[in-house]
Design a protein around this ligand. Structure first.
Ligand SMILES: Cc1ncc(COP(=O)(O)O)c(C=O)c1O
Length: 404
């Protein structure tokens, strides 16, 4: 096993420079980086169009999320819309690189330098993304990668240029690791798999019973965000934060997010990493076929030479489209609706953001380019259901929302 870990770390060192640490998940990589470079109470700028997991990881590290303005043309933070007084109250910035579309790295680098801020890169969705030839993951103090996203296998990697931090990061990782009973992890995975394949209610009753017993997470999802109890989150913050207090929300759908990776997973991860460049032309063709459909308003800036994690198409009546796709067994993930400022206003500071950013939550249909052929075939069956939102983002954003 040691040799697989070493080989994966060596892969990331070669690709990104600096040092690298293999971890069970991208979220654990983020958490450990926050703990290493920040202190509780520090304010961190992040995007409101981001995963709940990332938001709760920020809270677990004792930080205060400051939800910044969105650039409607990229779906990421708009650093030019933030004034100096706000920058000077921050301690750090966390990028998103939503769906693999790069953040405004040059501006962020400049602002972080000017105001003495730490720049963390969330590269979980951006394994193939570059800005002017420079890879996402090589700009900041630390970058978190998720093998679960681009390679569809559990695992995370933290990349950091300052290798003198390695011992300290490794110690933090050891402290955070927890081994869950394999029965619970296996039952949870089986339940997720059977539900995904057969639909809700298809899984054997005893598995559902295990969930009901609290062995496994029992939250039933409503919409696109995890439900949470505000008082429980408040208590976890008041109690001093940390992964144990925030475990329920940070683990979300990934029970083993801090369980050491088994040998078989590490070997498969290494194999997929080494094959990624070979697969790249096929993946790029999938991206291209989705970009060419005509569902992306012209002002939206999406790199054409990048294996995006998802290709964001913008459609009217998105919930109806999702329901139709789900009926045909085609699930769509990575929808961040409502944005975090509406999802958890009690736990974040908020900066004003233009109304047109709503399209990145309400209208976006993020399609996995690995499944482009399947998506194209389904769209062909009911083309009239898939209507683009049009070129005027402000008008699109001001449409009333139809109930899901
Ligand atoms: C933007 C982003 N960052 C980080 C993560 C965490 O990655 P992982 O699932 O490997 O913990 C996710 C997804 O969960 C994500 O969407």
């Amino acid at each position: 096993m040691g040799s697989n870990v070493e080989a994966i770390e060596e892969f990331f060192r070669r690709r990104y420079g600096g040092d690298a640490l293999v971890l069970p998940s991208g979220r654990l990589a983020l958490y450990i980086a926050f703990r290493e470079w920040l202190a509780p109470g520090d304010r961190i700028l992040m995007s409101p169009v981001d995963d709940d997991v990332v938001f709760f990881t920020v809270l677990a590290a004792g930080l205060v999320p400051v939800l910044g303005p969105i650039d409607p043309d990229t779906g990421n933070l708009d650093p030019k819309a933030i004034d100096d007084a706000t920058w000077s109250r921050l301690r750090a910035v966390l990028t998103t690189n939503l769906y693999g579309i790069p953040d405004a790295m040059e501006v962020l680098e400049e602002r972080c330098h000017r105001h003495g801020l730490i720049l963390f890169e969330d590269a979980c969705q951006a394994f193939d993304t570059r800005v002017d030839g420079k890879r996402i993951g090589t700009f900041g103090t630390a970058a978190a990668f998720s093998l679960g996203k681009h390679l569809e296998i559990p695992g995370g990697v933290l990349v950091f240029p300052d290798s003198s931090r390695r011992d300290s990061l490794q110690r933090r990782a050891r402290e955070a690791l927890r081994t869950r009973p394999h029965s619970a992890v296996t039952a949870y995975k089986a339940l997720t798999f059977l539900t995904a394949v057969g639909g809700p209610g298809w899984a054997p009753r005893w598995l559902g019973h295990l969930v009901g017993q609290g062995v496994l997470p029992s939250d039933r999802w409503r919409g696109h965000r995890m439900p949470y109890d505000e008082d429980a989150v408040r208590n976890a913050i008041a109690g001093g934060g940390g992964l144990d207090r925030f475990d329920h929300w940070v683990r979300m759908d990934d029970l083993p997010y801090r369980t050491p990776l088994p040998h078989v997973v590490l070997a498969a991860a290494l194999h997929r990493l080494e094959r990624f460049d070979e697969d790249r032309p096929r993946l790029l063709a999938g991206v291209q076929s989705l970009l060419d459909l005509g569902y992306i308003p012209p002002q939206i800036r999406i790199p054409r030479d990048t294996v995006l994690l998802r290709v964001p198409l913008f459609v009217e009546d998105r919930e109806r489209v999702l329901a139709q796709l789900a009926r045909r067994g085609h699930g769509i993930q990575c929808i961040y609706d409502p944005p975090l400022d509406e999802y958890a206003p009690a736990f974040a500071e908020q900066l004003p953001s233009p109304p047109s950013r709503r399209i990145w939550s309400r209208d976006v249909l993020p399609v996995n380019p690995r499944r482009a052929d399947r998506f194209l075939a389904l769209r062909q069956e009911t083309p009239s259901l898939f209507r683009p939102i049009g070129a005027d983002l402000s008008r699109a954003a001001s449409r009333p929302t139809r109930a899901a």
